[in-house]
Design a protein around this ligand. Structure first.
Ligand code: CIZ
Ligand code: SF4
Length: 362
C-alpha cells in the first residue's frame, strides 16, 4: 500500500543518512519528489550531485541521460542509480550515435575538414543536454559543445565564432527556436535528411546552411498548439503564455515568452499577486507551480493531462527497492542496483563538451 511504501522509503533513507542523496527532476510525480533531497532540472541536479562528494550513492529520479550526466560529473567512487532502467528519453533516443556518425561522415565529405580564412572549422556539433553520453562524447571529440535550454543562444554564439555552421542535436525545435531568435533565417536551417534514396538534402542547401537541425523532438512538448494558446487567451483575458523552447516554432511565436524551466519558475516568482499564466510544459511541474503559488492562477495549456511517460516510470516502488538494497536486505550486504556507468573513454570527451559549455560566456 501507499502508506507501507512511504514507511519503507523513509526508513531506508533514515538508515542510510548521508550515504545516499536522492535527486528528483521537476517532471517527476509528487509521490517521488517528496523524497528528493534536491529538486531541479537536469543541469541543476547534475550540479547538486557535486555538492555531496561524501555520498556513496546518488539515486537519480529522472531519466537515463540525466543519470549518465551525473555519473560523468560525479566522483568515480560514487554510484549513480536510476531506479527504473526503462526510464529513457524518446528525444535522446532519436539521436543514436551510429546515425550521428553516418551523418558526420556524409557532411565531412561535402564540407571537407579545412578551416576557412578566419580559422573557422566547417561544422561544430552542438548537442542539447537531453542526449546520450555517447553523443556528448562525440561532440567533445569533434570540437563541439553541450547546451541546455537556458544557455542555448550563448552556446550557439560560441559555436558560430568557431565554425562556419552548426549541426544541432537532437531537438529540432530548440535548435530552430533559438537560432531563429538570433536572426538565422529559416531557409538556412535545413533539417538533416539521411534518406538519400528518398531525396535527402540538396548539396546546395547544405552548403548554404548555418544550422543543420537533427530530426528529434520531445513527445511531451510537441503536443502544444497555437489553438490551445488562442483558447487560453479567449477564456483568460490578460493571461501570460509561457512555453518551453522544445515546443514547435508556431507555438513559441504565439506565446508571450519562451524559456527553460528555470525561466518559467523565475517569471512566475517575480509576477505580482493575481497574475494568470498558461504554461506549455510538463504537467507535474505546472501543477506543482500552481500549488506553490496560490496567489496566481496557473494552468497547463493542454487540458488533456500530458506527463512525460518515461519520467513516470520512476515509481516509488522502485525507489524503495534501490534504497533498501543499499541498506542490505535482511541484514545482508549493501547492494547497488541499477547503477549507471559511463565508460571513461566516453566520459572524458563528454566532460570536455560539458566544460566548454560551462566556460562559454554571453
Ligand atoms: O524536457 C526536458 O526533459 C527537460 C527540460 C529537461 C531538463 O531538465 O533539462
Ligand atoms: Fe525526454 Fe521530453 Fe520526457 Fe524530457 S519531457 S525526458 S525531453 S521525452
Amino acid at each position: 500500500s501507499k502508506a507501507e511504501l512511504d514507511a519503507r522509503i523513509r526508513a531506508a533513507k533514515a538508515t542510510l543518512g548521508d550515504r545516499v542523496v536522492v535527486l528528483g527532476h521537476f517532471y517527476q510525480r509528487d509521490e517521488v519528489v517528496q523524497y528528493a533531497d534536491f529538486v531541479g532540472d537536469s543541469f541543476q541536479l547534475a550540479n547538486a550531485a557535486l555538492t555531496v562528494p561524501e555520498a556513496e550513492a546518488i539515486v537519480f529520479c529522472g531519466v537515463h541521460f540525466m543519470a549518465e550526466t551525473a555519473d560523468i560529473l560525479a566522483r568515480p567512487q560514487q554510484a549513480v542509480i536510476l531506479p527504473n532502467l526503462a526510464a529513457g528519453c524518446s528525444m535522446a533516443d532519436m539521436a543514436d550515435i551510429d546515425s550521428v556518425e553516418e551523418a558526420w561522415a556524409e557532411l565531412s565529405a561535402i564540407y571537407g575538414t579545412e578551416p576557412d580564412a578566419s580559422g573557422r572549422v566547417p561544422v561544430i556539433p552542438v548537442t542539447y543536454m537531453n542526449s546520450s553520453a555517447a553523443l556528448k562524447g562525440f561532440c567533445g571529440q569533434n570540437g563541439g559543445i553541450v547546451c541546455t535550454s537556458s544557455n542555448a543562444a550563448t552556446v550557439l554564439e560560441w559555436a558560430f565564432e568557431r565554425g562556419q555552421r552548426v549541426l544541432f542535436f537532437p531537438d529540432q525545435h530548440l535548435g530552430r527556436n533559438t537560432a531563429k531568435a538570433m536572426g538565422v533565417p529559416l531557409e538556412r536551417m535545413p533539417m538533416w535528411n539521411p534518406r538519400k534514396a528518398l531525396g535527402g538534402n540538396s548539396e546546395e542547401s547544405l552548403l548554404d546552411a548555418q544550422v543543420i537541425l537533427w530530426h528529434g523532438f520531445c513527445s511531451v512538448h510537441k503536443r502544444f498548439t497555437v489553438a490551445q494558446i488562442e483558447k487560453a487567451r479567449a477564456s483568460h483575458p490578460g493571461v501570460q503564455v509561457i512555453v518551453h523552447p522544445e515546443c514547435p516554432m508556431p507555438v513559441v511565436d504565439a506565446a508571450d515568452a519562451a524559456g527553460s524551466t528555470d525561466f518559467i519558475v523565475k517569471a512566475i516568482a517575480a509576477a505580482p499577486a493575481g497574475s494568470t499564466f498558461a504554461i506549455g510544459t510538463e504537467i507535474n511541474l505546472v501543477q506543482r507551480l500552481a500549488n506553490e503559488y496560490p496567489q496566481h492562477t496557473i494552468f497547463c495549456l493542454d487540458d488533456v493531462i500530458c506527463p512525460c511517460s518515461t519520467m513516470y516510470r520512476i515509481h516509488p516502488g522502485y525507489l524503495a527497492w534501490v534504497l533498501e538494497s543499499l541498506v542490505g536486505v535482511d541484514g545482508g550486504p549493501s547492494v547497488v542496483q541499477n547503477r549507471i556507468v559511463v565508460d571513461e573513454a566516453v566520459a572524458a570527451p563528454a566532460r570536455v563538451a560539458l566544460e566548454r559549455m560551462l566556460s562559454a560566456r554571453p
